[in-house]
Design a protein around this ligand. Structure first.
Ligand SMILES: Cc1cc2nc3c(=O)[nH]c(=O)nc-3n(C[C@H](O)[C@H](O)[C@H](O)COP(=O)(O)OP(=O)(O)OC[C@H]3O[C@@H](n4cnc5c(N)ncnc54)[C@H](O)[C@@H]3O)c2cc1C
Length: 344
């Protein structure tokens, strides 16, 4: 029997961060991941944005989670020798005068606006109502996830296979899965968690996002550009252009309907021609109250969950994973806002 402290299901950003902090704390961890190509973390742009939504509200706990996330990504970047974290300006183009006014009323946001006439990207973008600069960042998930996966291999802490919940045995002493015996199993499997028998009462609200990868000849920038649709520059010179939000979807594949909507948004933003190179989609693991879901099953404390990262996996995951580590290894109290118990 192979013995470890924790079995972690999933190596998206949630499983990556949780396994990292548990390994750092000296715990023995085994991660099982089947590398689903269209998992949320593999499709996401990795944007960290200090403001949320159309009303430009400050993002929840941003002053705490942002510095923590930045330090964690820089540490991993140094360890794994891949570029993970890039501070970027978000060039936020106002789609209307009302949106510009809403932004200007948010004095808590430490940014500035540019008036029409003195604009960046004048020859590329439709921006009659001006734009504001918001200071954010991106996390290069397409570099981080495979590099960290390789790190897990070197630690003999990765099983590259599909996890079958039917083979899980919960005993009074812990959990057995095949020839693996652990104290706890921790589900970091994104939207797949909604199919598990353990969390039926949890109010998941998964939503699907679709994305186009586009080339825009002549447009070269390190900024994120945002106006209804968001353009994020990629290493290969393309732009990630997304994304849609659909709560009522048949499957997790790209659709012609969402492609048409994304292209309509692109036409509202770009004055210049572009070319679609790829079309991707994934489902965001969100909860009904937009807060992470962390903690233990009330009847089976050997079963834990780290999920519900919603639209903000990159900013939330490092701090919340470190917090869950403290709960797991040092019996720290779990933050009530994220405690899974709220659903039971
Ligand atoms: C289109 C889109 C754009 C987004 N943009 C951003 C953004 O810019 N910034 C941001 O912060 N967030 C963004 N998000 C949200 C972000 O992607 C999620 O919050 C985050 O990726 C969730 O990570 P996770 O690890 O919980 O789940 P996932 O990324 O879904 O990872 C789950 C992992 O578990 C594995 N798995 C599942 N079931 C099994 C099984 N039975 N056996 C083995 N392995 C299994 C999968 O292969 C996968 O690797 C976006 C999401 C989408 C869909």
């Amino acid at each position: 029997m192979r013995k470890a402290d924790y079995l972690i299901i999933g190596q998206g950003i949630a499983g990556t961060m949780l396994s990292w902090f548990l390994l750092q704390a000296g715990r023995k961890v085994i991660v099982i991941d089947d590398a689903k190509p269209n998992s949320a973390s593999r499709v996401a742009a990795g944007i960290i944005n200090p403001v949320s939504g159309r009303r430009f509200e400050p993002a929840w706990m941003y002053d705490t989670i942002y510095p923590f996330a930045k330090a964690t990504y820089l540490q991993l970047s140094a360890l794994l020798q891949v570029p993970v974290f890039t501070a970027r300006q978000l060039w936020t183009v106002f789609p209307s005068a009302q949106m510009r006014d809403a932004f200007l009323h948010k004095t808590t946001v430490n940014d500035y606006t540019e008036l029409p006439g003195s604009m960046r990207y004048e020859s590329f973008l439709e921006q009659p109502f001006g734009a504001a600069i918001v200071n954010g960042a991106t996390v290069n998930l397409r570099a981080l996830l495979p590099a960290y996966r390789q790190y897990l291999r070197t630690q003999e802490a990765l099983l590259e296979t599909h996890f079958d919940v039917a083979a899980l045995e919960v005993t009074p002493a812990g959990v057995i899965y095949g020839d693996i015996s652990v104290d706890k199993v921790l589900f970091c499997d994104g939207v797949a968690t909604t199919m598990l028998p353990f969390f039926k009462t949890v109010k998941f609200l998964p939503n699907k996002g679709e994305v186009l990868m586009i080339s825009v000849p002549g447009l070269e920038t390190a900024d994120i550009i945002k106006k209804g649709i968001t353009l994020v520059p990629q290493d290969d010179g393309l732009f990630w252009a997304g994304s849609s939000f659909v709560w009522d979807y048949e499957d997790d594949h790209p659709t012609a309907k969402q492609r048409e909507m994304l292209e309509n948004s692109l036409k509202q933003l770009l004055k210049v021609p572009y070319e679609v190179v790829d079309h991707l989609s994934a489902v965001r693991p969100s909860g009904n109250d937009r807060r992470p879901m962390v903690g233990f099953h009330p009847l089976y404390p050997a079963i834990g969950i780290f999920n519900g990262l919603g639209t903000k996996g990159c900013s939330l995951a490092p701090f919340m994973a470190a917090h869950f580590r403290d709960v797991l290894v040092a019996n720290a109290p779990l933050m009530p806002e994220i405690d899974l118990q709220r659903y039971f």
